[in-house]
Design a protein around this ligand. Sequence first.
Ligand SMILES: Nc1ncnc2c1ncn2[C@@H]1O[C@H](COP(=O)(O)OP(=O)(O)OP(=O)(O)O)[C@@H](O)[C@H]1O
Ligand SMILES: [Mg+2]
Length: 372
Amino acid sequence: MTSPAPLSIAPDTAPESAPVLAMHNIRHAYGHHLAVEDVGLEVRQGEVVCLLGPSGCGKTTLLRIVAGLEVLQQGRVELDGVTIGRPGQAHVPPEKRNVGLAFQDSALFPHLSVLQNVGFGLEALPGRERRKRALELLDQLGMARYAESYPHMLSGGQQQRVALARALAPAPQLMLLDEPFSSLDARLRDRIRDDTLHVLKRVGAGALLVTHDPEEAMFMADRIALMRDGHIVQLGTPRELYCAPVDPFVVSFFGEVNELEGEVRQGRVATPVGEAPAPGLADGQRARVMIRPEALRVVALEEPPADHHSHVIMAKLLGRTSLLHICAHAGDGRELHLHARVPGVFLPDEGQPITVRLDTSQVFVFPAAAGA
Ligand SMILES: Nc1ncnc2c1ncn2[C@@H]1O[C@H](COP(=O)(O)OP(=O)(O)OP(=O)(O)O)[C@@H](O)[C@H]1O
Ligand SMILES: [Mg+2]
């Protein structure tokens, strides 16, 4: 979905642009509970970096450390090239860091109107300009007509949008966003996400955005840091994480996969639906084969072949794609239940004979014992 008035988008982040945020070797524990360890991450000017990962992996903790809401225990934090956090150094409080915060529970000031809330961080501007700037942001987030309302008159999602506008208004060098779209319904979320992305790119702010939703991360991010148990597992562009995942956790985090096992023979693993390359694996090694549903190319056969053949068990329309439950026949007589995802409407009958081929770019092979 696009915003009503298209905004110009700054050109792609120049890779050599200076980092607005640099974290080095961050470690953080709550009592005996280690929440984050050995984290290093940079956000460059104009770049959106997403912290992605399951619940409890340490995303919010990292954001709170950067914001100054947690006192740094180990490591170093630099904003705009200046070290603002180092153990033993005086703690720089949140309001002294030039960062915009939009957190899941960002509270608005209840006694201020929406417009006053958004104008709050703009006291440096003269009254007229402050109002103009606040209204501009409210408009971009579809909230201009609530300018004179008070927070208690707004729904949760509307409050979240005002909090977002308030955080963006002073055009900080760095925005920290913790699940900022979580209380919006799916349709509104798409729109506000889109608007936010355009506002961020137009302002040219660096942003560190927390989400546990891989699609949201791919939509928003120039780079994604996928976390597990307090560590960054893989850091790279959405394409790198999706198309060149470093381990099974990364593959499965981006969606359901079919899992098979096999043995490596001359750099390849044979599966009932075709061979997959097994780069870096030794001959004879047991391999874990992860096949994305979209890797299975299904073709309906007019005439069932005389011998064993694969067939459709069930087909469901999911909207943009169709999900096929298929029974794949291996040469050795084994049968496998696999899920295939096909673009558009493709709903063959139960029992439909098919052939299945593999798009190996969406198949990932790891040593059998690797990963969770
Ligand atoms: N104030 C706290 N005291 C003790 N433990 C905490 C505290 N805050 C977080 N933790 C623990 O630290 C770990 C990381 O928490 P964090 O809030 O950073 O996770 P998260 O990735 O943001 O998760 P979610 O997606 O659920 O928001 C969790 O195991 C959590 O229980
Ligand atoms: Mg969190």
